[in-house]
Each structure stands twice: as structure tokens, then as C-alpha cells.
Design a protein around this ligand. Structure first.
Ligand code: NAI
Length: 249
């Protein structure tokens, strides 16, 4: 990666987002860490800057369009442009569909689906305005393809991310902007704590080749590869970063 790239990473306070922020910084990118968790997001920035990298934190609730617009403005004010927008912030809830509080349903959609909508529109407009041939990468999931009990809202949100990725790729292509998604499987981050609490981790591991959880760093490596110009043929695609989770029974 050229050392003058700018990457904005939502959900950068934890898990896959933090690992991706560290990965891009290690490759010389200037990184904007966005999250609504200010303390942990600031820690990510400190980890980068203490190692000679360049990062800033912007407190952002991705479910609010005006906050994502402000994030994009602050990224450009700090570093002049945006080359990579990683729409990654997400939440999960485990509730049987018929017992679900609809507020929970909407909160998952507001973050996982609308957060991605906001990132595509705000970053896409800014890239178009500045003439940046950038890349927008969205975090989908194997759960955008495969149903599992108790995660109705999550499936709805990730299924939407997959189709929004394809649709936006088509519309942003004339500006030289690629849009793609990465679909992790079972990654060892705080978001799977509910599964850990229910003693379901062994079942998750059994879905992954090698009977293990994928590390956030492995997903970060995949995101980084997709961002490179050498990946220019990969556009509108949902790339499985799942170590086989969705490929085998
Ligand atoms: P995580 O819980 O470690 O990180 C999620 C981050 O998103 C947290 O820092 C959280 O503060 C932030 N966030 C949540 N709501 C937000 C909001 N409204 N505005 C801004 N930031 C917000 O979880 P993980 O695993 O790193 O999740 C990252 C993405 O990966 C999510 O989209 C998740 O759905 C997806 N994913 C994770 C898998 C896993 O097994 N861990 C599998 C497939 C997809």
C-alpha cells in the first residue's frame, strides 16, 4: 500500500475493526478510528501512534447519518481524503423471533444495516467530490447466507449488507469506486460473548476448518488485501473470510 492512503474504520474500538486499524497503520496508512466507545477507540489510536503510526479517533454512532457525515468531514480535514471506508461496526442479539422486543430488532438494523447505508453514502459522495478512486468495504457475515436460531434481526441486517454492496458497486463504478463486502464466520471477538455464555463455542469452532475460532487479525488481513489496487477485479463481491464456515456441512 502507498504510504499516503487514508483509511476510515468504523467499529475500530474492538475486535475486527481494531485489528484492521492496526493492520492498515502497519502498512503506512493514516487511520481514522470511529466508534461510539470513546475509551476503547482512543486506545486503538494510542496503540497506533505509540508505534510511529498516524491515527485519530472520531466518536461516531454509525446509526446516525449526520454523525457519519461528520466523521467523513473530520477524516478529510485531518488527512485530506478517504481512500478506504470500512463499514464494520456491528452488534448482535440472541432472541427467538417470536419473543423479540421490536426495539431490539430495530437497534440491530439501525447499526448493522443503516450504519452501512450511512457509510456508503457519506464516503461515496466525498470520494466522488474529491475524485478519489477509493474502495468501500462492508462487513457482512456468513449469517447473511445461513440461518441460525435466535438471530433473526442479524440475518436481516447482513442479508441487506450483501445486496447493498452489489447495488452500490454498480452505481459507484463510474466514479472508479469499488464496493465490496467481507463475510467472516466465527471470529474470536466480544460480539460472540453471548454464544460463549451459552456454551456454544465448541459448536462454532466445529464449523471452521481446523476446529478453531478465526482471529480478528486474519479478517483484518483479508480486508487489507481487498483494499489493494491489485484487487481491482474484485468489485461488488462478498468475499468469504470464514475459513470454510459457509462451505461445508
Ligand atoms: P466487536 O463487538 O468486537 O466490535 C464491534 C464494534 O462496533 C465495537 O467496538 C462497538 O463499540 C462498535 N459499535 C457498535 N455499535 C456501534 C455504533 N452504533 N456506532 C459505532 N460503533 C458501534 O465485534 P466484531 O466481531 O469485531 O464485529 C465487527 C463486525 O464483524 C460486525 O459487523 C459483526 O457483525 C461482524 N461479524 C463478526 C463475526 C464474529 O464472529 N465475531 C462473524 C461475522 C461478522
Amino acid at each position: 500500500m502507498d504510504t499516503n492512503k487514508v483509511a476510515v474504520i468504523t467499529g475500530g474500538a474492538s475486535g475486527i475493526g481494531r485489528a484492521t486499524a492496526l493492520k492498515f497503520a502497519s502498512k503506512g496508512a493514516q487511520v481514522v478510528v470511529a466508534d461510539f466507545n470513546e475509551q476503547a477507540g482512543t486506545q486503538t489510536v494510542e496503540m497506533i501512534n505509540e508505534n510511529g503510526g498516524q491515527a485519530i479517533f472520531v466518536k461516531t454512532d454509525v446509526s446516525k447519518f449526520e454523525e457519519v457525515e461528520a466523521l467523513v468531514e473530520q477524516a478529510v480535514a485531518a488527512f485530506g481524503k478517504i481512500d478506504v471506508m470500512f463499514n464494520n461496526a456491528g452488534i448482535g442479539r440472541i432472541t427467538p423471533v417470536l419473543d423479540q422486543d421490536l426495539r431490539d430488532y430495530h437497534s440491530v438494523i439501525n447499526v448493522n444495516q443503516h450504519g452501512v447505508v450511512h457509510g456508503i453514502i457519506a464516503a461515496g459522495k466525498k470520494m466522488r467530490e474529491l475524485g478519489t478512486k477509493g474502495v468501500i468495504i462492508n462487513t457482512a457475515s456468513v449469517f447473511g447466507f445461513l440461518a441460525s436460531p435466535g438471530t433473526f434481526a442479524y440475518h436481516a441486517s447482513k442479508g441487506a449488507v450483501i445486496m447493498m454492496t452489489k447495488s452500490a458497486a454498480l452505481e459507484l463504478a463510474p466514479y472508479g469506486i469499488r464496493v465490496l463486502a467481507v463475510a467472516p464466520g466465527a471470529v474470536d471477538t466480544p460480539i460472540i460473548q453471548g454464544y460463549k455464555d451459552q456454551g456454544m463455542v465448541d459448536a462454532m469452532k466445529a464449523k471452521v476448518i481446523g476446529n478453531k475460532l478465526t482471529t480478528p487479525e486474519q479478517v483484518a488481513d483479508s480486508v487489507y488485501l481487498l483494499s489493494l489496487e491489485e484487487a481491482s477485479a474484485i468489485n461488488g463481491s462478498v468475499v468469504m473470510a470464514d475459513e470454510g464456515y459457509a462451505s461445508f456441512k
